[in-house]
Structures are given as structure tokens and as C-alpha cells.
Write a protein that binds this ligand. Structure first.
Ligand code: AHM
Ligand code: MG
Length: 339
């Protein structure tokens, strides 16, 4: 007897809970899952590039080898174009948003924002990378799609998810009714439900930040790092420090183990490094759905009105109590130092 549930089965099962659903969102999620499997296959071969032919050179079929982030971008855009449910893709890899022009997509109602391969500099050193996606509904199907359809607040997301290509490959997503995680079983080529109804582990006892940038952090963040390092039995401090440098992997670990991920404003990135539309919003939606919180230090990430496609934001995301604490210390520092 088969005891596992595949991503495809799970999506169909969930669709049945919405009697008027036409199955478009289900197909969109399924298409993303298929593209993820193709990307996973290439990510797993990454270390072989040197012996099979390096990027920029020709492979055995005489095709030019592509950088993995470009390859991933093409895979997701292809999958979303062929499915017919998506009218626009906004990707980290493109300055402008892409209108899908296939005949099946003419009246499609969904918009996808995606970071096809986040943390791609970690590929060369065999460290986990990820894909992050966010799905919105078009404002009005009667009007041609425009930038205002895309620049929606995160709170309007219909679904969001990530794929982490790690020691195993997982897809985690939410449609606003909790968070579920699926692990790719390479022997059958299917994502199988492995982490139903995910909740962020409590209490959070880990903090993740690139501490090398310490001198450039706002005073409130400096104070919070010191707070994490202080000894206090009641709150089980000092906390452990863990930083992978791939946002998806850091957030995934913090979701399972409990913790906060911080990327504040720095000298190099005065508005923060990470992108609102396809990095922070989808992960904020997932973490909130798992019982956590996401803030820019002052405002809920999902309530920020985006002004541009590639807008950056500071981000503090993880267990609610931890995010509350850093927000409090940001306010206190602002009062004390005027920063
Ligand atoms: P990328 O989109 O260029 O891959 O950059 C995003 C990545 C995140 O995954 C990660 O959290 C962050 O950059 C790490 O930045 P840093 O090296 O400054 O710590
Ligand atoms: Mg990225």
C-alpha cells in the first residue's frame, strides 16, 4: 500500500475544499513543482561542471553551458508560460516584468514574482540554495495588465513558497491556510508530504545575521545582537548564532528549529539588501502562516506598499517574540540616539 502523499495529490485534495475553484492556482503550483525538479537536477550536477565542461563553454551536445541562475530563470518562466494560468512573471533576473504572450495565457489571472535561484554564489561551494516565489491575482481582468497589478502589498498574496536545494530538496508553500512542506524523493521523482501543518519552533533560540557588517548596523540592531549574546537563564540566552548566507536555507532552518533572521540596512545597502517582492514578501507570508512575524524594524513587511519591482527592504523575520524584541530595541535606540 502506498503510504505517502505527493504534492500533486495534496494540491488536488486542497482544491476540493474550495467548491468554486477552477483549478488554475493548483495548476500553477504544480507547474512550479515541475520546474523545481528540473532545476534540482541541474543544481545536483553543479560540481561536475569542471569535468563536463565549464559555464560559458559548450556541452556535449554543442550547446552553451548556462549559469545556473540563468538556467533556473528560464525553467520557471517556461513552465509558467506553458501552463496558461500566469500572465506576468517578475523575476530577479530581469529588470522589467515579462508579459507571457502564449495564446493560453491571454486571460490568465495570476502574477508570479520569483527569485529563481537565491544565494547562487553558494553553488560553487556546495552550500544550499533556493527558489522563492510569490503569487498574486490581477486587480481587474477587464483591463490590460499593468505595473499596478504587480506592485501589490504582500498581504494580497494568494500563495507563496520556496524550494530549498539542500541535503534533500524540499518545497514549502502556503495558500494562506497554514504551511506544508514536501520532500523530493529522488527514487520516484515526486515531492512527498513530509512536513504537514508547519509551525515555527518555539521558543526561538537562534539568531542569523552577517555579523561581519556589525560596524555598519543601526544602533538598535547592534543592541539586539548584544542582547542575544548576554547570559540570562530565564530567556535561555545566550542564543546560538547560525548564518548560511542563503536566505531560504537560513529561514528554513529557523522555521524548523526556531530563530530570527536579520538583514538590516548597512553602509553597502542603505535600504537593506534583500528584495521586497520576491524575497521578503513570500518568506514573510510563510513565516506568518507558521505563527511567526516579519518586519522591516518598524512596519510589517506584508503591509509595505511596493514602489518598484526590485525594491529592497531591511528584514527581521522569525519567532514573534524575537521580532518584537528587535523592534522594541530599534524604537529605544531611535529615541536615545535619534537613529
Ligand atoms: P542574491 O539574490 O544575490 O543571491 O543575494 C541574496 C542572498 C540571500 O540569500 C542571503 O541571505 C544574502 O544574500 C546574503 O548576503 P551577505 O552575503 O551580504 O550576507
Ligand atoms: Mg536573491
Amino acid at each position: 500500500m502506498i503510504r505517502f502523499k505527493t504534492l500533486g495529490q495534496f494540491i488536488i485534495e486542497k482544491q476540493a475544499e474550495f467548491p468554486y475553484a477552477k483549478g488554475e492556482l493548483s495548476r500553477l503550483l504544480r507547474d512550479i513543482g515541475i520546474a523545481a525538479k528540473v532545476v534540482n537536477r541541474e543544481v545536483n550536477k553543479a560540481g561536475l561542471a569542471d569535468i563536463l565542461g565549464d559555464h560559458g563553454t559548450c556541452n556535449i551536445q554543442g550547446e552553451e553551458q548556462k549559469k545556473l541562475d540563468v538556467f533556473a530563470d528560464e525553467q520557471f518562466i517556461d513552465a509558467l508560460s506553458q501552463g496558461g494560468e500566469c500572465c506576468v512573471v517578475a523575476s530577479e533576473e530581469h529588470d522589467e516584468y515579462i508579459k507571457i504572450k502564449t495564446p493560453v495565457s491571454a486571460n490568465a489571472k495570476y502574477i508570479v514574482c520569483i527569485d529563481p535561484l537565491d544565494g547562487s554564489s553558494n553553488i560553487d561551494v556546495n552550500v544550499s540554495v533556493g527558489t522563492i516565489f510569490s503569487i498574486y491575482r490581477r486587480n481587474n481582468l477587464d483591463n490590460p495588465v499593468s505595473i499596478t497589478d504587480i506592485l501589490q502589498k504582500g498581504v494580497n498574496q494568494v500563495a507563496a513558497g520556496y524550494i530549498v536545494y539542500g541535503s534533500s530538496t524540499m518545497m514549502v508553500y502556503t495558500t494562506g491556510r497554514g504551511v506544508n512542506g514536501f520532500t523530493l524523493d529522488p527514487t520516484i521523482g515526486e515531492f512527498c508530504l513530509s512536513h504537514p501543518k508547519m509551525r515555527i519552533n518555539e521558543p526561538g533560540l537562534m539568531y542569523s545575521i552577517n555579523e561581519g557588517n556589525y560596524v555598519h548596523f543601526p544602533q538598535g540592531v547592534k543592541n539586539y545582537i548584544k542582547y542575544c549574546q548576554e547570559e540570562d537563564r530565564a530567556t535561555q540566552r545566550p542564543y546560538s548564532s547560525r548564518y548560511i548566507g542563503s536566505m531560504v536555507a537560513d529561514i528554513h532552518r529557523n522555521l524548523l528549529k526556531g530563530g530570527i533572521f536579520l538583514y538590516p540596512a548597512t553602509a553597502a545597502y542603505p535600504s537593506g539588501k534583500l528584495r521586497l517582492m520576491y524575497e521578503c514578501n513570500p518568506l514573510a507570508f510563510i513565516i506568518e502562516q507558521a505563527g511567526g512575524k516579519a518586519s522591516n524594524g518598524h512596519v510589517r513587511i506584508l503591509d509595505i506598499q511596493p514602489q518598484s519591482l526590485h525594491q529592497r527592504t531591511p528584514v527581521f523575520i522569525g519567532n514573534k517574540a524575537m521580532v518584537d524584541q528587535v523592534e522594541k530595541m530599534m524604537v529605544e535606540a531611535a529615541i536615545a540616539y535619534g537613529v
